[in-house]
Design a protein. Sequence first.
Length: 232
Amino acid sequence: MPNRPDVLKYFHEEPALLEPVTPDANPDARRRADRSDLPEGVSVPLEDLLDTRDVYRGYLAGTHHAGDAVGLTTLRADAAYVPPVMTALGRSWWGRCTPQNTVEALRSEQARDLLRSPARTTLLVTADAPVDTERITAVAGRAPRRVAAALRTLLDEAHVVFFPEPAHDGHDWGFFSASPLRDRLVDAFRAHPAPETRRFVLPYQKARSESKFYFDEWQLTASPLPDYIEEV
């Protein structure tokens, strides 16, 4: 189906409970079976269990239907998400952590390139000012809920923390903030039209099953979408 448009899906959870004692609850159901509970002998400090500060969570996924490719970074037009993310979520400082646990400051054009393809990046951070290196490396390369306390500490300085998530054919992006993101990102999608891409916004809690995560594979040509799925 060569004319079938690409699809971008933005899952949001606002606020989200960042529980350190549970497995990572990434909305991408593809890898849920691979997750395990915390290993035996791992303890969680009481202050982590009692820390109920809100965080705000998002997940950007995509499918290039005409090319039968799955992953946000496989979309034909990265303008469907890169300019909106930079506009709505970006701040004056960007930094990334490499697999060698080295933190590098980035120019805005470098951050744009990484959003398109997060090669050699374990964490991407944006903030109003440079963020402490140790706060970044304490979180990089780990599942968010395994480092819940460190992530909350990082969010004391960072505006948004982005986690690259491997997809079937590319990468998706998961992200966390200490402040609400949904309305700003939805407004940015509307301000940056993407004719080649259909973009949908839906709450994470409504998309926990694999069939709902991949609703675009079977539901777009069916009867009207459920009320909780909004096209922008």
